[in-house]
Design a protein around this ligand. Structure first.
Ligand SMILES: [Fe+2]
Ligand SMILES: [Fe+2]
Length: 186
C-alpha cells in the first residue's frame, strides 16, 4: 500500500507544529514589547482555519473518528472524546485569534493582550493534542483497521483534499514554511 492514512495525518502534524512554533515566537515577541505583524496574523488565521481545521481536522472528525467509533471505540472519554473536545477548544481560540488579527494595527493595548492569550492558548493546546494522536490514537488505529479499511479511508482523505481544491494543500505547506522562516528572522 502507498502511505497509510495515519502517515498522512502525521505529516500534516509536522506542518501544523511549524506554525505553532511561529505562534510561540509571536507570543514571545509581544512579551518583549514588539508589536504584532498584521499580515503574519492574517496568514496564521487562514492557515489554522483551512489547513489545520478544514483539511486536517476534517479528515479526523469526518472520517477517521467515525470509522473508529464504528469499530467499537467509544466516542466519549479517552481518546476520542478528549480529542474532539480539543478540536472545539482550538476552533474557539482561532476565532479569538481572528478577532485579534482584525483589531491588529489599531494600537489598542488590550487587543495585544487578547492576541497574546489566544496565541498562548493555541501553543499550549496543539503539541499535546498532536502527541496524543501520534502516540496513542494512530498506533491504535493501525491495530484496529484492516488493509481494506485503510484503503477506503485514504479515498475519503482524497475527497477532503478535492473539496478544498487542488493545489491548496501545497499552498498551505509553503505558507507554513515561509512563516517559519520569516519568524526566525524577526
Ligand atoms: Fe486532532
Ligand atoms: Fe491531528
Amino acid at each position: 500500500m502507498e502511505k497509510k492514512p495515519t502517515e498522512i495525518l502525521e505529516e500534516e502534524h509536522h506542518i501544523i507544529q511549524l506554525v505553532v512554533g511561529v505562534m510561540a515566537a509571536l507570543a514571545e515577541g509581544l512579551d518583549a514589547g514588539k508589536g504584532p505583524d498584521c499580515s503574519i496574523l492574517r496568514d496564521l488565521v487562514e492557515f489554522m482555519r483551512m489547513f489545520a481545521d478544514k483539511c486536517h481536522h476534517g479528515k479526523e472528525e469526518s472520517h477517521l473518528f467515525p470509522l473508529l467509533e464504528a469499530k467499537g471505540v467509544p466516542v466519549t472519554g479517552c481518546p476520542l472524546g478528549i480529542l474532539i473536545h480539543e478540536h472545539q477548544s482550538g476552533r474557539k481560540l482561532v476565532m479569538e485569534l481572528a478577532e485579534a488579527a482584525e483589531a491588529c494595527g489599531k494600537g489598542a493595548p488590550e487587543a495585544n493582550e487578547r492576541l497574546r492569550a489566544s496565541l498562548q492558548g493555541l501553543v499550549n493546546l496543539y503539541p499535546n493534542h498532536i502527541w496524543k494522536e501520534d502516540y496513542l490514537l494512530f498506533p491504535m488505529t493501525n491495530k484496529i483497521l484492516s488493509d481494506e479499511e485503510q484503503r477506503e479511508l485514504l479515498e475519503k482523505f482524497e475527497q477532503v483534499e478535492e473539496s478544498i481544491g487542488k493545489g491548496e494543500h501545497h499552498r498551505f505547506v509553503t505558507m507554513a514554511e515561509v512563516l517559519a522562516e520569516q519568524t526566525q528572522r524577526l
